[in-house]
Write a protein that binds this ligand. Structure first.
Ligand SMILES: [Zn+2]
Length: 430
């Protein structure tokens, strides 16, 4: 693949070599790349329109990144239903996205409930979510797929799984098992919404794998923000399993099926806020301690207090299960999204948790998000003009000059010859 790109670039260099330093009045030869574009348009009537849409979205790049950048993540919900109740209506997904954004931007109405002792370490993650508008194939979408399944439900774990090291619930991610295959898991946050059946190991509401490259990402975090994932027994390398599975009763606020699970602590859409936390590298705030060793198990996050156990789905602000580092006495942080407290009192991520999530996005899920910056699509060198120098920048990039630009004209998260071709088209107006 790399070889093909380099060979094609060689032709670009040859074709434009004489014009490299001439910004004005250059005439591009009618070249083989026009054929490529024309071929695409011939095979796809909407290609021109798609390109227009993409270019008009514009003002988009993936770097340079700073702490102030807001990372924006496209989401696709895959609804698997066996009956009408499981076929959750569209507006619930809008509500869910809105709740994710409120909580990850710390604009949630109950942010004011964060106790004073934690107020200074509660942060705005500057991460936002939106329903995907263009699917894996470049076609427009509302970010929701709906698939009837013969499966009455999807069981989480069976006894056999413990022997085989598998998770039966992953069937929901496979079209040949009654589920549906994901969209490109590197470019979309895939969320499967289905009836998760209570099985041999009880009922769960959501399930997520940590990023495959989690440890790479953690190399870029401070020592205050390093959850330990190496002891997580269900880690997988299979990218087709990346994403989140959530029970249909736990999706979104205002879900008409919220009571079907008989629970009232999980009706605000924060099951998904919690699962996205795992998806972005966070562990449970109590360190997944079991039985009586709770205070010795930590989540690897320094600004969350030690906590012996989860919060039993309630809002008990009197809890103080451990003495903290240096003999500090801090209450259990029941307001943290990564606890098992009631969603009604969850209201914060900490600064160090946010550091982990942003590092994961940057280094372990780098194709997943975009940021808005003030540059025009095609203006790769940020000089306010789109011309031959921008083509030089694309070539520099592909040849190893490690810059990021507003050059991803076909929105596939890779800068390559196709972008160069589209850039030529943009400059020449063809
Ligand atoms: Zn969890």
């Amino acid at each position: 693949m790399i070889k093909i790109v380099l060979v094609n670039l060689y032709f670009v260099v040859r074709l434009f070599g004489n014009s490299f330093y001439s910004e004005n009045n250059f005439n591009l030869p009618h070249c083989g790349f026009d054929l490529l574009i024309h071929q695409k348009m011939k095979n796809d009537n909407n290609y021109k329109l798609k390109m227009k849409n993409i270019v008009s979205q514009s003002k988009k790049s993936i770097n340079p990144l700073s702490d102030d950048d807001v990372y924006k993540i496209p989401v696709v919900f895959h609804v698997l239903y066996n009956n009408d109740e499981q076929n959750i209506p569209d507006y619930i997904f809008d509500e869910q996205i809105q709740q994710l954004n409120l909580d990850y931007r710390r604009q949630n109405t109950n942010a004011i409930d964060t106790r004073e002792v934690f107020f200074d370490i509660a942060g705005d993650a500057k991460i936002e979510f939106y329903l995907a508008e263009i699917d894996s194939e470049g076609d427009s979408t509302n970010g929701i797929t709906r698939t009837f399944t013969q499966n009455l439900g999807f069981e989480f774990i069976e006894y056999d799984d413990l022997i085989l090291g598998e998770i039966t619930l992953n069937n929901v991610k496979k079209s040949n098992e009654g589920g549906i295959d994901p969209w490109d898991t590197e470019r979309f946050l895939n969320i499967w919404v289905c009836n998760i059946e209570g099985g041999d190991f009880g009922q769960i509401m959501g399930f997520t794998y940590p990023p495959i490259e989690i440890n790479t990402a953690l190399n870029f975090t401070s020592s205050d923000a390093q959850p330990i994932w190496s002891n997580f027994s269900f880690q997988v390398e299979d990218s087709s399993l990346q994403g989140i599975v959530i029970n249909y009763t736990a999706i979104g606020p205002l879900n008409p099926q919220a009571e079907a699970d008989g629970l009232n602590h999980n009706d605000l859409g924060r099951t998904l806020v919690h699962e996205v936390g795992h998806y972005l590298g966070l562990r449970h705030i109590w360190g997944d301690a079991i039985l009586n060793n709770g205070c010795e198990m930590d989540d690897g996050i320094n600004d969350t207090p030690f906590q012996a156990n989860f919060s039993f789905y309630n809002c008990d602000f009197s809890m103080n299960s451990c003495v903290d580092e240096g003999g500090l006495i801090l209450p259990d942080m029941v307001e943290n999204y990564m606890d098992y407290s009631s969603e009604h009192c969850m209201n914060m991520f900490t600064v160090n948790q946010i550091e982990v999530m942003r590092a994961v996005l940057q280094y372990a899920r780098p194709h997943l998000f975009t940021i808005d910056i003030n540059c025009e699509m095609g203006d790769l060198n940020f000089d306010g003009d789109i011309n031959i120098n921008d083509i030089i920048e694309i070539i520099n990039f592909v040849l190893g000059n490690n810059f990021y630009f507003c050059g991803d004209l076909n929105n596939d998260s890779v800068l390559n010859i196709i972008d160069a071709v589209l850039l030529v088209e943009l400059i020449t107006g063809t």
